[in-house]
Design a protein around this ligand. Structure first.
Ligand code: RP5
Length: 174
């Protein structure tokens, strides 16, 4: 059996209930072959664990931390308070205005403690994974090449959609 690669990205989630809502972040990392780990820990329920994990993250070889939480979502901010690694916050949708609480509590950090926050729901979690890939690609030529191909394919997909729409519109006119 091949040895598992050491994780470069840590994805921490406030609860196991967050996993289905944010696993697109992990899927994006998989797509680019980036090694990652997923851990459940809570800024409120297990504050000491969050402190230990964040403090040790860089020494363990992690390069980026993704932190997903919902409601009073302090997880990303607390992680960022204990590490100088880039932290990407993923606000998890809730019943309060679709997750406005999560969005604001993740994004509205005070100065000096940055958390790069992605959108709540929709493409947000996937973008968090992709942003982590882009950060890693700064020092990884293989990842840069994969990202270039990825962007190229995006362009092709949009081009195909445009062509299909033009075709459909022409048919409607006939
Ligand atoms: C937050 O509380 C978690 O990130 C989750 O979004 C929310 C609810 O957690 P559970 O009660 O489902 O464990 O800390």
């Amino acid at each position: 059996m091949p040895e598992a690669k050491a994780p470069l990205v840590g994805l921490v989630i406030g609860s196991d209930s967050d996993w289905p809502k944010v696993r697109a972040a992990a899927d994006a990392l998989e797509e680019f072959g980036v090694a990652y780990e997923v851990r459940v820990m809570s800024a409120h329920r297990t504050p000491e664990l969050v402190r230990q994990y964040s403090t040790m993250a860089a020494a363990r070889g992690l390069k980026v931390v993704l932190a997903a939480a919902g409601g009073a979502a302090h997880l990303a901010g607390v992680v960022a308070s204990h590490t100088s690694l880039p932290v990407i916050g993923i606000p998890v949708p809730t019943e309060l205005s679709g997750g406005l609480d999560s969005l604001l509590s993740t994004a509205q950090m005070p100065g000096d403690v940055p958390v790069a926050t992605v959108g709540v729901g929709g493409g947000g979690p996937r973008n968090a994974g992709l942003l982590a890939v882009e950060i890693l690609a700064l020092a990884d030529v293989m990842l840069q090449t994969k990202l270039t191909e990825f962007k190229h394919k995006l362009g092709e997909k949009v081009g195909a959609k445009d062509a299909a729409l033009q075709h459909a519109l022409q048919r409607e006119k006939r």
